[in-house]
Design a protein around this ligand. Structure first.
Ligand code: ZN
Length: 355
């Protein structure tokens, strides 16, 4: 690397996107988007080629003085050069895109807030990555490594599961049901930047580990973190999550209630509806789950598809409810969370409170 090369400093999100582009997780993207690509995606949910793509992948920077068309600019993260971008163009990001992407322009929405706060200029161009992944804080397998691991296991059907929440019995129900049907489970929890209210990634990973050690058939689960960050774009982000898991080699992806949603900005099944509309051209098959609850009369975890009782005996198992109970120091009953998982969460929350 030429020491005199101009550079752009990446934040955690920019570094994550550059890594995902460079490793093929965002294929067919080979770089940060041009204005034409981003506008096409925002307006019509597709790249100019017609391929489905739901969200603009932009490198926002205030360092406009270094931009020259055709220049190869160093990408720095955490004090070191991690990659480079060959500049094809740069453009001013229209604020109006936020409403199209997120379905709202309310700045209380964390995705909208991040979008409108970012630098005005986006720089487009092909991305290279040459640092080792751990120096940038990434720990997940790449798409190529994941595909190789799937091939080594001899799986034909692989169902992916994405979440940003600590695992509770609703997730477990979905995972077990999927394991009844598919050869292997690709457990791929998102560990990049999330809202501060979300449970920290390392705590969530410990919860998965204990479930894999004590309850699930370890050899049927490929477990690795996903080094992406949450955009909280609801339905559009659900489509991105599906495309990315296709690129990692999954054949199916589980989509539950309010996938990638936040607050009450999206209807509980908006993400499923959008995915139904584009599923034919995704290259991965979404598998939809209804709202999961514990039914006192069934004495089992169920959905409306498997339980005939009135909802008054239903305990809704939602991530929001888990977070609320943890915050208030309330119990997490065993219908809700495995005791081993509840213990990890309680300890972690106590550390946060005592810190
Ligand atoms: Zn029931």
């Amino acid at each position: 690397m030429n020491e005199n090369m101009q550079s752009i400093e990446l934040d955690a999100r920019g570094a994550s996107d550059a890594w995902l582009i460079a490793t093929g997780a965002f294929a067919p993207l080979a770089g940060f988007m041009t204005h034409r690509e981003a506008r096409c995606v925002v307006e019509s949910l597709a790249l100019p080629s017609g391929e489905v793509w739901p969200l603009p992948i932009l490198l926002r920077t205030a360092r406009t003085s270094v931009l020259r068309r055709g220049a190869r600019i160093s990408l720095r993260y955490g004090e070191r050069a991690v990659g480079a971008i060959t500049v094809s163009e740069w453009f001013s990001v229209p604020r109006s895109w936020a409403a199209a992407i997120y379905g709202t322009d309310d700045v209380a929405h964390p995705g909208v807030a991040a979008f409108v706060k970012g630098p005005q200029t986006a720089v487009a161009g092909a991305v290279e990555w040459f640092a080792d992944r751990s120096s940038a804080g990434f720990g997940g397998l790449t798409p190529a490594e994941t595909r190789a691991a799937i091939a080594a296991r001899g799986w034909t059907t692989v169902v992916a599961f994405q979440t940003r929440n600590p695992i509770h019995r609703a997730h477990e129900y979905i995972l077990r049901t999927a394991l009844e049907v598919f050869d292997g489970l690709f457990l791929h929890p998102l560990v990049g930047e999330t809202r501060s209210e979300d449970v920290p990634a390392e705590v969530r990973l410990r919860c998965y580990e204990v479930l894999l050690e004590r309850y699930l058939p370890r050899e049927r689960v490929l477990f690795t973190p996903f080094d992406g960050w949450m955009r909280y774009a609801g339905p559009r982000e659900a489509v991105l999550h599906a495309i990315v898991r296709r690129n990692f080699g999954a054949t199916h992806i589980l989509i539950g209630r309010d996938h990638a949603g936040v607050g009450s900005y999206y209807g509980p099944f908006d993400a499923q509806a959008l995915l139904r509309g584009v599923r034919a051209s995704l290259g991965i098959e979404p598998v939809f789950f209804d709202e999961v609850f514990h039914c006192a009369r069934c004495d089992a975890v169920a959905t409306r598809r498997t339980c005939s009782h009135e909802p008054d005996g239903h305990l809704l198992l939602s991530g929001t409810e888990v977070r609320r109970r943890l915050r208030n120091g309330e119990d997490l009953p065993k219908e809700f969370t495995r005791p081993e998982v509840a213990e990890i969460l309680r300890t972690a929350m106590a550390e946060v409170r005592d810190a």
